[in-house]
Design a protein around this ligand. Structure first.
Ligand code: B16
Ligand code: MG
Length: 216
């Protein structure tokens, strides 16, 4: 039976969280806030606009709309300066193997990311043609934990939700997959992603046998 495998981008296919962190940290310095890596965990899977709101709340800084708009574009420009130096070597281990295996088994493969930069990132990684459908931050009206980013992918691949498998590194993304009735696979720490149906540290732990079981 054909299933749909939906991949998150940041933290699943590529480790761009480090670039988001650098850009948010530098922005925080403008209002004298020392943004830590630990705090950055809360930003994973969260939209750009919501991330800025969170940062301002942490810093207890009340910004004008003009300041917010300026900071959102400033943050994105810095983020893009890091992204523009990326290449295929940044693809996380065993992602190419898993994608190729799913294609060889004629499975549906989609991207479901909160990022508005998903397409240029996939292009830089030479992975654009590995996805039959791409749903990103430009395509949704509700952010994770709302399941829209994944349900749109399922619709594009003409697959019912219960036949979808989602790979996610964020708590919000796991909740989104669960609320749509999809199988959720956490990539990261089990203590953080305990709501997922399965958790693996990374794709080197996901065998072709396990993928076969998901397809069955
Ligand atoms: P952008 P994902 C998310 O991507 C990131 O995890 C999150 O940190 C980021 O704020 C969000 O994309 C928006 O990204 O500023 O590029 O639109 O994990 O859902 O692939
Ligand atoms: Mg992610």
């Amino acid at each position: 039976m054909k299933k749909a495998f939906i991949f998150d981008l940041d933290g699943v296919i590529v480790d761009t969280a480090k670039f988001h962190y650098l850009a948010w940290r530098n922005l925080g310095k403008q209002f004298s806030y020392d943004f830590t890596e630990e705090e950055n965990e809360q930003f994973k899977g969260v939209s750009r606009v919501r991330s800025l709101e969170l940062l301002l709340e942490m810093a207890n800084y009340s910004a004008t709309q003009d300041e917010k708009n300026q900071w959102l574009s400033q943050k994105n420009e810095e983020y893009l300066s890091y992204i523009n130096k990326m290449d295929e070597s940044e693809i996380l281990p065993d992602i190419p193997r898993v994608l190729d295996y799913l294609w060889s088994k004629n499975q549906g493969v989609a991207l479901g990311s909160a990022s508005k930069n998903a397409r240029p990132i996939l292009k830089r990684l030479n992975l654009l043609n590995k996805f039959q459908a791409i749903v990103d931050g430009n395509d949704v009206t509700a952010a994770k934990p709302d399941p829209q980013v994944f349900t749109k992918g399922a619709t594009a691949l003409e697959t019912s939700y219960e036949h979808c498998i989602v790979f996610e590194d964020s708590i919000a993304g796991i909740q989104a997959a669960n609320s749509a009735g999809m199988i959720s696979i956490g990539i990261g720490e089990a203590s953080v992603l305990h709501e997922a149906d399965y958790v693996f540290s990374d794709f080197t732990e996901i065998s072709n046998n396990f993928l076969d079981q998901l397809m069955a």
